[in-house]
Write a protein that binds this ligand. Sequence first.
Ligand code: MN
Length: 298
Amino acid sequence: MSGDVDTTHVAVHPSRESVVGRMTVHRALPRRGLRTVGPWCFADHMGPELVTETQGLDIGPHPHTGLHTVTWLLEGAVLHRDSLGTEQLIRPGQLNLMTAGHGVAHAEEATDTYRGTLHGVQLWVAQPDSQRDGTPGFEHHAVLPRAEVDRSEVTVLVGEFAGATSLARRDSPIVGADAIVRPGTTTWPLRPDFEYALLVLDGEISVGRNVVRPNELAALGTGRDEVPVTAHETARVLLLGGAPFTEPLIMWWNFVARTHDEIDAAVRAWQEGEARFGRVDSALPRIPAPQPIWAPRG
Ligand code: MN
């Protein structure tokens, strides 16, 4: 029941700056006290920033396990290459969804393919135990479903929202949507069994008594059947949600796993160039795995 939820109060968390490739990003997830929202376990907001000869995304080949990467752009272009042989340019309005399963590697290049403003998000979804050791895969969705709710125009990236359902792969109950919210109040329908967060990408909104600014994440928790979002100017807001992820989760570098031994094995396999992660056809240098903090230095 949602009657006992105080809809006027939400927890607002700032993002922290991090460097990815040659670009500064704002990392909203994971953070202390909030490691996941549903199965969403990582959220980077990149840009808006100019891609020049010396500044851009340019992430060389690196491995992943146990997750989906979800790439969504508001401006610009990024070239994705992976160890499955995929070469896919992504532009605003399109979705790249890569499934790591037991292991995959990819590179993300901007500088050589695009000059101009780059603005977007890269998100990770933790795969459940039943899928996380499975076959890797890649999907590009050139067109995504949209829904109009009050003053907002919502694009559904993953899952279902306001009657619109994305065809993108999902391994557990989840929703991810990007909304343009025009000035005024929009009330979004929610599922009480899902937990949710709103990440503001542009503009400023109020949720109940709280003001949420760009790169701030409003954690809504579970138990709500709707949320009122008030935009003071046209805002861009990402809605992330899903059934609370209750499996134990260990994240180290680009690996999502359950135990330190699994991470150690993945680090070793990448460092030794094992077939597990395949080969990415990219001119960028391969990124070495850092030594896990729990491993003896030698
Ligand atoms: Mn990656």
